[in-house]
Design a protein around this ligand. Structure first.
Ligand code: PLP
Length: 379
């Protein structure tokens, strides 16, 4: 064995390679215990007190993700929404935040509703436009810029390094929802972000059987300890079985993502030439407005998510989704099975998503089967 640093692929496949001390088991045990033995002198020399903060089953997934993101610490939450909202709740009422115009719709809804009533001042801008981001920032008042890149469901790409520069010059922090890119394709902390967030419900777990969220920090600072306190007090933690499933899912993250990127890219090329498709939204296509930034920022692929705008509008899009047999009509993304979804009708009347858009989450099926099914449904 050399001293060469292990690659992220190896770290993920082995979940850092820990072997359970007492048993020699390669796979970590699940600890359902909610409480841990106290020492006779009232101390807790083994470091664990109560499972709302301390469950050892969190460790494998949390530590693996810390390594994959190149951060200092990771917290596992009960959902992506719980993780994302904890970052905003660590601010103070009256603080100003800048977030994307197109982003995960439930978080946008929460920012415009609960967070605004709570006292945050929220500006939604096109975060792929650096001038728009710079113009929205209020030095001394803006405390957080939130990015989602590529952004669900039009896959706009934000330049993380450039926005980190804008945020830090104004005394604000940068948090990035990297759910779609995953650490396989982008490491936001290396590009200057302070916090990276995932809906681990998606690619990190990858099997559509866990709802989870994560935050990884570049450093243990005051904001991070506020977030830790919020999680502990609000109790938005993952169950031990879900945390265990998450470490299992992480082990196959790299090969899954690489297959999904390859397949999505082939489908994007073919769909772009299909007469019933008005537009393909995929950062890997040279015509996508975020393609140049994506080429710099995403290593080894452009993700497994794409959207199409169907010629003929809303009715044609819904009819296309009604005809598929191998793709499944369902929400969510990042699982092993391919999903197709008419987004505007789930997001409702305030959605900025075009009516003719179908969102495609490419799974692990044969690309040829997926293509045959989708092109027949479009025809
Ligand atoms: N961020 C993105 C990009 C998402 O797609 C989602 C869910 O679809 C979330 C955040 C919210 O995650 P969760 O559903 O795990 O709460």
């Amino acid at each position: 064995m050399t001293d060469r640093a292990l690659t992220p692929e190896t770290l993920a496949a082995q979940a850092l390679g820990h072997v359970d001390g007492p048993t020699g088991a390669l796979i970590p045990p699940i600890h359902p215990s909610t409480t841990f033995e106290r020492d006779a002198d009232t101390g807790y020399s083994r470091g664990r007190v109560y499972a709302r903060a301390d469950n050892p089953t969190f460790d494998a997934a949390a530590e693996t993700l810390t390594q994959l993101e190149g951060g200092e610490a990771t917290l596992l939450f009960s959902s992506g929404m719980a993780a994302a909202t904890a970052v905003f709740l660590a601010l103070n009422p009256g603080d100003h935040v800048v977030a994307p115009r197109v982003m995960y719709w439930a978080l946008r809804g929460w920012l415009l509703d609960f967070a605004s009533r709570w006292g945050l001042r929220v500006d939604l801008v096109d975060t792929s436009d650096l001038d728009a981001v710079a113009a929205a920032v209020r030095p001394g008042q803006t405390r957080l810029i939130w990015l989602e890149t590529p952004a669900n469901p039009t896959w706009e790409v934000a330049d993380i390094a450039a926005v980190a520069g804008i945020a830090h010059a104004a005394g604000a922090r940068l948090a990035v929802d990297s759910t779609v890119a995953t650490p396989v394709l982008t490491r936001p902390l290396e590009l200057g972000a302070d916090i990276v967030m995932h809906s681990a419900t998606k690619y990190l777990n990858g099997h559509s059987d866990v709802v989870a969220g994560t935050l990884t920090t570049a450093r243990r600072d005051e904001v991070w300890s506020r977030i830790e306190t919020i999680q502990r007090q609000n109790g938005a933690i993952l169950g031990p079985f879900e945390a265990w499933l998450l470490q299992r899912g992480l082990r196959t993250l790299f090969p899954r993502l690489r297959w999904q990127c390859h397949s999505a890219s082939l489908l994007a090329d073919r769909l772009a030439a299909h007469p019933r498709v008005a537009a393909v939204l995929y950062p890997g296509l040279p015509g996508h407005p975020g393609h140049d930034v994506a080429r710099r920022q995403m290593q080894g692929g452009f993700g497994g998510m794409l959207s199409i705008r169907v010629a003929g509008g809303r009715e044609a899009a819904i009819a296309t989704a009604a005809r598929v047999r191998i793709w499944t009509r369902a929400t969510s993304l990042g699982g092993v099975e391919s999903l197709i979804e008419h987004r505007a009708s789930i997001e409702g009347p305030t959605s900025p998503v075009p009516d003719d858009l179908l969102r495609l989450s490419v799974g692990l099926e044969s690309t040829e089967d997926l293509w045959a099914d989708l092109s027949a449904a479009l025809d």
